[in-house]
Design a protein. Structure first.
Length: 94
């Protein structure tokens, strides 16, 4: 699977949402196999950074979190503040 940074300009918002849901779904399965629950979502790396300033990326992340009904960790002063609360609870980092 290509990284987000390699595919960023090639993916629609819907495709990116699907990719995130796929990856989080796999993580959720591993957690459940160990008797643990998925309790939040925080994108990492280039995906997290892009969600600061790109509304499509921020929305894709939030839609994925809403699919799993978990809160997200977000950064104040970014698009996280505008977009993410529309979809899910946000735990703020300053």
């Amino acid at each position: 699977m290509a990284t987000f940074n390699q595919k960023r300009d090639e993916l629609s918002r819907e495709e990116l949402t699907d990719c995130i849901v796929y990856q989080v779904g796999a993580l959720k399965a591993f957690l459940e196999a160990e008797g643990m629950a998925l309790n939040h979502l925080k994108p990492h790396g280039a995906l997290y950074g892009a969600a600061w300033t790109d509304e499509d990326v921020a929305t894709a992340c939030a839609e994925a979190a809403a699919t799993f009904k978990v809160p997200m960790y977000g950064t104040t002063g970014t698009l996280h503040e505008k977009v993410w609360p529309k979809y899910t609870k946000v735990l703020w980092e300053i």
